[in-house]
Design a protein around this ligand. Sequence first.
Ligand code: NCD
Length: 306
Amino acid sequence: MRSVIDILDLTVEEIDALIATACAIIENPDDYAEACKRKKLATLFFEPSTRTRLSFEAAMMELGGNVISMASASSSSAAKGESVADTAKVISCYADIIAMRHPKEGAALVAANNASIPVINAGDGGHCHPTQTLADLLTIYREKGRLNDLTVGFCGDLKFGRTVHSLINALSRYTGIKIVLISPEELKLPSYVKKDVLQKKNIPYVQTTSLEEAMPDLDILYMTRVQQERFFNEEDYLRLKDSYILDLKKLENAKPDLSILHPLPRVNEISVAVDDDPRACYFKQVLYGKYMRMALILKLLKEASE
Ligand code: NCD
């Protein structure tokens, strides 16, 4: 059974096809309004989420399908000690596809190995978040008209930010990509991502602590929140949380056609004054996330029925 746990589970050609489907849905939503009639999506979220869960649910509803969901992790059988493997087997009896978020790295893979229906990873701990990456790629594609020949800056919590890890993996398969890693010393990109992705694929990258210095070169600036829930120590979080705050002043040296992305939720990293700047793309990115999830649900349900 085909599941999507990591962005690399999809080939570049499949991502191109998902982008084409998402663009077709944007053009003609009515053509897709009954595409998943009588199908059920189960959203299993063992970790807080607003947009990812609602985005999956809205996506399924706009495809004419239904959604079943548990109110919260603490009200599910996980609180009684049920394993992820058993939960996946049980939900396979009720639904046609699962979207799952879990605080443990690898949990979605365990679910996929035990479910008899497709599983989509909606975030597993600090590991990866492939559907956010699909949203990011559609945003870049719609803004820039391409996914190659781009200098992409990642700023903030590059250590724990799973959306960063997934997007770097995805971009590593395109040509002419340069990466600028902007973070405090303590929140640098994990060395396994540097070694296994950037160095292995010969992607030019630089590491810096200065957003101001990096700014003039960037085509894309991907801002991120410091991931409070993955810190062991509150003091460290408080010291690092406001390391970078993007404001209009810092944008003075940016390219006029820079695209600013953020997976959201924003805490303090982008001043609200930036929201009205035409370079701010993060709310469009939310909408694109819904269309890419529609495209992915359609693809996986179609493959499952073949
Ligand atoms: C991201 C996540 O959950 O990793 N949020 C999201 O799904 N849009 C980013 C974050 O929580 O900072």
